[in-house]
Design a protein around this ligand. Structure first.
Ligand code: IFM
Length: 427
């Protein structure tokens, strides 16, 4: 008999996260235009990516057709034992033209939240998960000072309409990563590489969140509001002095700057954890012993350190994303198991973690990389949009239903869990 048992707190949220652009299909926004621009296509051709994956891989198109199939997807989440689901609202659907709001689209998202409630699944709703309406792009997007008022107006409209269905709001997804990728490293639209723009966008995102927080509270004082932040486990190798110094700086800017600036305007912290960055007289000196399909190091123990670092904010934490690209489903169960052991360890040491949302419910459009990375608990056949839960989704289901990790699960999924080294957090 295997007596292993890691119980999570009562009322813990278990589920998955999604975002509109990556799954809905048939959208029109700055990303869809960028995906189909000649500049983008010629880059894909010149780098050989078009030949390797096909141009269709890089165009979000109808994606998973989730816009039409959301009932099916939510029923599947229920069958998989989830009691929470994170989805995002497409600003470009709600406000296709400046100041013109589409009631039919608002009702669509209302219906999604209502359906989740009916299934006993708590909706976590993200107001902005990267793409923006084309009219806003043409006005300068997140670089323009006006965006703060535009975002406020959009927020007010959406929150007032969905206030009876939604209690948990995430204003911005990984704002700091967006500012970096769109305005500094220039890999995402509008592909700027400009330090001033980057800082300006960061500042506007902070202001937009702060204002949105106040608007939401006014509409619904008991709403719970936060951002989803992409925090990295930054490790100073062997605690060497230089490494510690670099770590201090990197932590300050990458992990805490944004949170510090909004701390009086957040009820909870939404944590997205994917990355480890070992510093050894330079950044990213990782061992990369185990990597995902897209080459990201899988470092589940980093979750523990990132959570411990967030304790100082004294707020509830929801893990709003964590996952991996793993088309063959070889590492997902191991990764979930190892990650959750470290979440549990952090909880044991007093960190107030209240939920874990795996990224993602289903395979989806992974931004500039397109469709080939497979992040889903559920596999999508893009030819006919058929859904099929992967084995790891059933492993995760057992965890959700048991509210923790048990010896029975280990016996049942032994082959999957012990395929890779496991840490010593065992009773
Ligand atoms: O797919 C993304 C998601 O949109 C935001 N967080 C990271 C995921 C994996 O890259």
């Amino acid at each position: 008999m295997n007596t292993f048992n890691l119980k999570f707190p009562d009322d813990f949220f278990w589920g998955a996260a999604t975002s509109s652009h990556q799954i809905e299909g048939d959208k029109h926004n700055d990303w869809t235009e960028w995906e189909k621009s000649e500049k983008r296509f010629s880059h894909l051709r010149s780098t050989g990516l078009a030949e390797q994956y096909g141009l269709d891989n890089f165009v979000s198109g109808k994606a998973c057709n989730h816009y039409k199939l959301f009932h099916e997807d939510f029923n599947l989440a229920k069958e998989l034992g989830h009691n929470v689901l994170r989805f995002s609202i497409a600003w470009s659907r709600i406000e296709p033209e400046e100041g013109v709001f589409d009631q039919k689209e608002i009702d669509h998202y209302k219906e999604k939240a209502r359906k989740l409630r009916e299934l006993g699944i708590e909706p976590f709703v993200t107001l902005w998960h990267w793409p923006i309406p084309v009219w806003l792009r043409d006005k300068g997007g997140w670089q323009s000072g006006k965006v703060i008022n535009y975002f406020s107006r959009y927020t007010e409209k959406v929150v007032a309409s969905l206030k009876d269905e939604v209690q948990f709001w995430i204003t911005l997804n990984e704002a700091e990563l967006y500012a970096n990728n769109s305005y500094l490293s220039g890999i995402w639209p509008p592909q700027k590489k400009n330090l001033i723009s980057y800082l300006l966008v960061t500042r506007n995102l902070i202001k937009a969140h702060r204002k949105a927080f106040k608007i939401i509270k006014k509409i619904n004082p008991i709403a719970q509001i936060g951002v989803a932040t992409n925090n990295v486990y930054i490790e100073a190798y062997k605690n060497r002095a230089v490494n510690l110094l670099l770590k201090k700086f990197a932590d300050w800017w990458v992990n805490f700057y944004f949170l510090n600036r909004i701390n009086d305007c957040q009820d909870f912290i939404g944590l997205n954890y994917y990355f480890h960055n070992r510093i050894n007289y330079g950044f990213n000196r990782n061992e990369n012993a185990i990597v995902s399909d897209i080459g990201w190091e899988l470092y589940p123990e980093g979750m523990y350190f990132v959570l411990k670092d967030l304790k100082k904010y004294n707020k509830p934490i929801y893990i709003t994303e964590n996952g991996l690209a793993d088309a063959k489903d070889e590492k997902r169960a191991w990764y979930i198991f190892e990650t959750l052991k470290h979440v549990h360890k952090a909880i044991d040491e007093g960190v107030d973690v209240r939920g874990y949302l795996h990224w993602s419910l289903m395979d989806n459009f992974e931004w500039e990389k397109g469709f080939w990375p497979r992040f889903g608990l559920v596999e999508i056949d893009y030819k006919n949009c058929e859904r099929k839960a992967r084995t790891s989704a059933y492993f995760y289901k057992d965890i959700c239903l048991a509210n923790g990790l048990t010896g029975d699960m280990i016996n049942k999924y032994n082959d999957l869990i012990f395929r890779f080294p496991v840490s010593k957090i065992l009773p």
